[in-house]
Design a protein around this ligand. Structure first.
Ligand SMILES: *Cc1c(COP(=O)(O)O)cnc(C)c1O
Length: 361
């Protein structure tokens, strides 16, 4: 190809995102604990809605997402006019970067932050900037110190992936109030429903004009395969994002299935309770065999090993027993493994296999 044909600056710096492994060669019974999926999937009514949506596939979907936004607003007590829906919350992150950052601008996130922040920043030619964390936890002082006159977006996931740790609302408020005036704070609430009594930052946002919250159907709603997420923020910002959004970015199955899913709050409640129960069990089991983990507020735990070699050897042992967890070297945590909280048999199997691995050393 001619040398004259090149992508825009930044794009060749992107290391493509790799999803959690889902298969093991030669095993049909592998248990996937690598992508923070809900082991119970969506409620039955949600699957039926997906099936029904097949009957109208010859029609274009609605462009305004009105019914889905109304359902989300009703479930969370929000203003439907200030909700924007996307193909996963990843698409909302992309809209924010496209709308607010470009060459010469900085996009700030934390040391062990979600990989999509870097990818989205680079895709628009902006400069990704990382602030250190303190004990694998978001450090507001470090973020404030790293913010400059060029910072346009600050992403924090609360609870964070892959650490599972979170910061209190008072700290989020301190961050929002201390940022330079041109910067937007994005609160990624992919795991907000798993954190007891946390609203994803919705209340904080009402009093400020520089916070956007993102949420997803991929985690507690058990719909990672559907690709639906949403954002909520000040009317002026949502208006900007709406101008970038393709009119048909969500298909009829996405819209109709998502709407029923958000109505099934009983299912969400049951999944939250079961996750909390098994997360506590798993942390205790791991601690009992000498594996440390930070307190997790999400649907996964980050298990810390002596070093990267031990983590990799444990991962290989787990794979040989049909258990797929996530190595997190790409998050600069090579001595850790991120383990999704599965159903009870999966949790028992993974704890048992790790104990076996450590006992044999
Ligand atoms: C899983 C995850 C998301 C959700 O992405 P979707 O595009 O909505 O599936 C967003 N942020 C973080 C930190 C995540 O771990």
């Amino acid at each position: 190809m001619s040398d004259a044909i090149r992508p825009r600056p930044g794009i060749m710096e992107i290391s493509p995102y790799e999803g959690g492994q889902s298969r093991l060669q030669g095993r049909r019974d592998a248990i996937k604990l690598s992508s923070n999926e809900n082991p119970f999937g969506p409620a039955e009514r949600v699957i039926e809605a997906f099936g029904r949506s097949g009957h109208t596939l010859h029609r274009y979907p609605p462009t305004d997402h009105g019914a889905l936004r109304d359902a989300i607003a009703a479930a969370h007590g929000l203003d439907p006019a200030r909700i924007i829906c996307g193909a996963g919350s990843d698409e909302i992150i992309t809209f924010l970067c496209r709308a607010y950052a470009g060459p010469g601008d900085e996009v700030l996130f934390t040391e062990h932050g979600f990989l999509m922040y870097r990818i989205s920043a680079l895709s628009v030619g902006a400069t990704p900037v990382e602030a250190p964390e303190r004990n694998r936890t978001t450090d507001v002082d470090a973020l404030l110190a790293a913010a400059t006159g060029r910072t346009r977006l600050v992403f924090i996931a609360n609870p964070n992936n892959p650490t599972g740790t979170m910061i209190p609302s008072s700290e989020i408020a301190r961050l929002a109030d201390g940022l330079p005036p041109q910067a937007i704070l994005v609160l990624d609430g992919a795991y907000a429903e798993y954190a007891e009594g946390y609203d994803g930052g919705a209340a904080l946002l009402e009093k400020r004009d520089n916070i956007v919250m993102t949420r997803t159907f991929s985690k507690i709603y058990g719909l990672g395969g559907l690709r639906v997420g949403w954002g909520y923020g000040p009317a002026a910002i949502i208006d900007v994002l709406g101008r970038l959004r393709g009119p048909f970015n969500l298909s009829t199955p996405q819209l109709e299935t998502g709407q029923v899913a958000v109505e099934e709050q009983g299912h969400v409640e049951r999944c939250r309770a079961e996750n909390a129960r098994m997360r506590a069990w798993l942390v205790e089991a791991l601690n009992g065999i000498g594996v440390a983990c930070d307190p997790s507020h999400a649907n996964f735990v980050l298990a810390r090993f002596r070093d990267a070699d031990e983590a990799a050897a444990c991962d290989a042992h787990l794979k040989s027993h049909g258990l797929i967890v996530r190595q997190v070297g790409s998050y600069k945590l090579p001595h850790c493994l991120r383990i999704t909280v599965g159903d009870e048999p999966s949790c028992r199997r993974v704890a048992h296999a790790i104990g076996q691995f450590l006992g044999a050393r």
